[in-house]
Design a protein around this ligand. Structure first.
Ligand code: NAG
Ligand code: NAG
Length: 360
């Protein structure tokens, strides 16, 4: 009898442990909030508690201008060949696979493209959604184009946990009035992958069009993946110029997808998939430019400025020419007068000297 109770107790405990293991956050299970949420990441994935985590708040006055930071060169971003891209809802974001012939140069190593994905808010508050912030301010969303170090490593799985293994290009996204055609290449297909685990092949398009026009102004620092397991292997580039999508495009991104699978009883929206900013600790954020008020001139404005300068220069030259001419004229008259006075009132000897010449 006693034996049986012990046996039952054992069974009960084992069942309980098994149940806990299955429902609790195991190796692969994490979320942005609630069960397995951000505060639990460091205990589930030790690297998430490391000293060089991402994202960070970029305090522009505390960045260090580094003149050697050249403009990254995007390789093959424009080419879209015939191979379609695969768009996947992985339950944490929408991810688009990229071919490894795409890449980026101008970094300390050659990097090959792997995938791009987005982070966003909740369809209500446009003031949140990005992972990186600048001077404490969030953008509405953020694009990450992930590359692996193809000079040092064989593939992404090998590179992602190694030092200098990955390079991510980050673009801060804001909501504006105008529709952004490039982003529609992704957004138009979201309704086919509403639930986690779904994928769709989409027509290839010019990936560079998702990025800002000015790639020369950016921030650079060493950080981590912003999702578990938070490997501290990422060389970050955050472009200073932001990209704009329309309000309705942003709302589509923020309200169409679910983080739950199609067969789950309780559907959960895929929203607020951004990690809060992490301490910089002893890291320095470098900038490729001297941060200051950004003034982007349009082609028309540049033409007007050049025309203004040209007119100004011509005007100035005319004024200088006029002044010089006037002075010269004055000098000539003065000299003439001097000559006249010399000739008329000069010492009589001169005239006396001259007269004998004419006399003989
Ligand atoms: C990545 O490269 C390593 C080392 O060459 C290899 O063992 C591994 O199978 C590769 N993984 C993939 C996914 O190709
Ligand atoms: C990143 O770390 C490497 C050492 O692994 C260092 O050489 C490099 O200067 C760092 N880059 C930045 C932007 O801090």
């Amino acid at each position: 009898m006693e034996r049986e109770t012990t046996h039952q107790a054992w069974l009960g405990t084992t069942a309980c442990i098994l149940l806990c293991l299955c429902t609790g956050p195991t190796g692969a299970e994490w979320a942005y909030a609630g069960h397995g949420g951000q505060s639990e990441w460091p205990s589930l994935f030790p690297e998430c508690g490391g000293p060089s985590q991402s994202p960070v708040d970029v305090v522009t006055t505390q960045t260090r201008h580094e003149p050697s930071l050249i403009t990254p060169q995007l390789l093959g971003y424009h080419q879209h060949r015939d191979t379609p891209f695969t768009l996947t809802n992985n339950g944490h974001t929408v991810e688009m696979s990229l071919p490894n012939w795409m890449g980026v140069a101008g970094l300390p190593w050659q990097f090959s493209a792997v995938q791009l994905h987005l982070h966003w808010g909740n369809g209500m508050n446009m003031a949140v959604g990005s992972e990186h912030t600048t001077d404490g301010q969030s953008a509405s969303a953020e694009l990450h184009v992930v590359h692996y170090n193809s000079e040092l490593y064989a593939n992404t799985s090998e590179a992602k946990s190694q030092e200098n293994g990955l390079a991510v290009l980050a673009v801060l996204i804001e909501a504006g009035e105008e529709m952004n055609q490039a982003y529609d290449n992704i957004l138009n297909h979201l309704d086919l992958i509403r639930h986690a685990g779904l994928s769709v092949a989409i027509p290839a398009f010019d990936v560079q069009a998702l990025l800002p026009a000015d790639l020369s102004r950016y921030f650079r620092y060493n950080g981590s993946l912003t999702t578990p397991p938070c490997h501290q292997s990422v060389l970050w580039t955050i472009f200073s110029e932001r990209v704009k999508v329309s309000h309705s495009q942003l709302i589509m991104l923020e309200t169409v997808l679910f983080s739950s699978k199609a067969d789950e009883i309780q559907p959960t929206m895929l929203q607020n998939n951004y990690r809060s900013t992490q301490p910089l600790n002893h890291r320095v954020v470098l900038s490729s430019f001297i941060p200051g008020p950004v003034k982007i001139y349009t082609a028309g404005e540049i033409f007007a400025i050049l025309l203004g300068c040209l007119c100004g220069c011509v005007g100035m030259a005319m004024i200088v020419h006029f002044i010089v001419k006037t002075f010269r004229a004055k000098d000539v008259t003065k000299d003439l007068k001097k000559d006249v006075t010399l000739h008329t009132t000069s010492d009589p000897g001169a005239t006396e000297e001259a007269t004998p010449q004419s006399e003989p």
